[in-house]
Design a protein around this ligand. Structure first.
Ligand code: PMV
Length: 312
């Protein structure tokens, strides 16, 4: 094979982050910020014109190459998903790179195989996480984890140790979300670890994790019935629950509060500690303005976008 072009989107979490790590339900939507990659076999690993090293080749990419024979390739990466912001940047990179490595090694590039490879790479790089981000990026559109689903909506099953996830696709009616980036970079691993410690030593924290799961199931019903008012309420409540778990921060709270007058609801999205929040709204420009006024960077995002694409 001469070369392959692949791409994969970032995502945001509507409800269920952190609790999904423990097998609770979650809902995530792919969005229109993505990585594109062109790759071809070569004599040494090169990324964007430079020899691969620990700065330009992420541990995820290294893991995926090693997983499938470690054959050197030249890769050009384009596009952008802001990193350390809760938008699934490393998952999108892993999903796209998994597709490139598989295609160049003449291996199947079906979505279930890509989702599993990308999850293993994330897991190796970041430790105890869920397959939510990687599955959302591979599949595109909307996905849910560990919710009741119709047979035809089932996508794949992933397990790790004593935890397991059934991933299914969901139909999401047209809804407008605005993302607000605090600009504070907060890597996922330490935040997941913080919640794990809290949950392992505190019954109240365990009850909050359970409640996030229940709120997510209610949220799915609100999506299915296109009830934006209800979904917004649940999102705002979800933010409170995540704050109790200790993963919000003053700047996230500020952007959530600033968005509320123009939104059905708002919450942090992803691992928190910084990174981004989302607001569900019919007044995206107003929300974007409020986010800017309070020191954040707004993105009015489109959902319903394709997952991984592979062109050989
Ligand atoms: O911040 P992100 O984009 O890496 O999202 C992390 C979501 C968590 O639920 C906190 C962790 C996970 O692996 O599911």
């Amino acid at each position: 094979m001469k070369s392959v072009s692949v791409s994969a989107p970032g995502k945001f979490v509507v409800l269920g982050e952190h609790a999904v790590v423990y097998g609770k339900p979650a809902i995530a939507l792919a969005m229109d910020m993505r990585f594109s990659m062109r790759a071809h076999p070569s004599n040494e690993f090169r990324i964007n014109g430079a020899p691969a090293n620990q700065y330009n080749m992420s541990p995820h990419m290294k893991y995926l190459s090693e997983m499938h024979g470690n054959r050197p390739m030249t890769v050009f990466i384009d596009g952008r998903v802001p990193s350390g912001s809760g938008l699934g940047s490393s998952a999108a990179l892993s999903a796209a790179y998994a597709a490139a490595v598989r295609a160049l090694n003449h291996l199947p590039t079906d979505k279930a195989s890509l989702a599993k490879d990308a999850f293993e790479a994330e897991y190796a790089a970041q430790g105890r996480g869920s397959p939510m981000d990687t599955s959302a990026s591979v599949q595109g559109g909307g996905i849910a984890l560990n919710v009741p689903y119709k047979k035809e909506d089932f996508l794949w099953h992933i397990d790790k140790g004593d935890r397991s996830w059934d991933i299914s696709k969901i139909d999401v009616p047209k809804m407008t979300f605005v993302i607000g980036n605090t600009g504070i970079r907060a890597p996922t691993g330490p935040l997941v670890e913080k919640v794990r410690k809290y949950k392992d030593t505190n019954t109240f924290a365990r009850s909050i994790v359970d409640e996030i799961g229940d709120v997510t199931l209610e949220g799915l019903k609100a999506i299915e019935s296109n009830d934006k008012v209800k979904l917004g309420e649940l999102m705002t409540y979800g933010h409170k629950l995540l704050s109790i778990l200790g993963v919000s921060c003053p700047q996230l709270n500020k952007l959530v509060k600033a968005s509320q007058p123009y939104s059905y609801g708002a919450k942090l999205t992803g691992s928190g500690g910084g990174g981004c929040m989302i607001a569900l709204t019919d007044k995206p420009e107003k929300v974007a303005e409020a986010i800017t006024l309070h020191g954040g960077t707004p993105y009015i995002v489109n959902t319903g976008v394709p997952g991984v694409t592979v062109k050989v």
